[in-house]
Design a protein around this ligand. Sequence first.
Ligand code: NCD
Length: 319
Amino acid sequence: MTEVPVDLGPVPPFWKQRHLLGLEELSAEEITLILDKAEIFRRAMEAGHRRIPVLAGKTCVNLFFENSTRTRTSFSLAARRLGADVVDFSAATSSLSKGETVVDTAKNLEAMQIDAVIVRHRTPGTPHLLAQNLRSAVINAGDGPHEHPTQGLLDILTIRQRFGRVAGLTVALVGDIQHSRTARSNIWGLKKLGARVIVCGPSTLVSPLWEQLGVEYSYKLDDILDRVDVLNLLRIQFERQATRPFPSVREYALLYAMDRRRLARTKPNILILAPGPINRGVEVTAEVADGPQSAILDQVTNGVAVRMAVLWLLLAVRN
Ligand code: NCD
């Protein structure tokens, strides 16, 4: 048995989750538990512990049907740093092109003795369908525009680290709210932890219906700048849109790009987040993205810690 260099603390009895499908499904207590464990993993990484082999002998499969840079690499690193084996499934060269269903594909992978499936798919609900059909832990790495729970968790962890709390803060999600799974996961998580959320973007991408999720909405970024603590700048998801939601990217940038002029109108300790990939000059200028208020790369570091926490919580205590 390899020695584990870090005390991860106990897993409290209220933790019963077998999958991570979305933040909608989690309680505030469960979200806080994941964040607390992620904090331990983050500190361990900073202390130079690249290997904490609590999942030695486990196998995770990355089942990605949509493009990914950060999420897939981050899950792979997280699993490997916990001592697990990782298999990358490539949708483009698989038998899906021969007509096999996603459930059959996953069941065949499961027959090879795996413990976790990390799935990204353009169809909302795909992880939920797999969870109903597999014994393995299923982790949603993005299901179309629906949810991206580990992105929500890493955003919230970054906020909590900066402010020492989440409750009472005002967080604005700016951009393509309609097609953003990051927005939905942020809304569920932030609301459960007591933050105020404003969704902001053009009227083709933000609607009053969002109020049903307990958030405020605004069409004008300039109107909300002075009262927000956090701005989470979302990418325009052109690949999910049937028609262009605004006349030109330049016009969008004029109204919504976070630039130096707008930054000057925010609170002095404003926190700038973006899930990435960022489009410099569209949702944020290079100056702001690389500036002192931006925690964009810190989010990426937290992403590994959050995914280590999720994998450990789902796999270490699985019966
Ligand atoms: C996001 C995604 O794919 O949902 N990126 C990510 O996972 N870091 C956001 C996006 O694509 O804009």
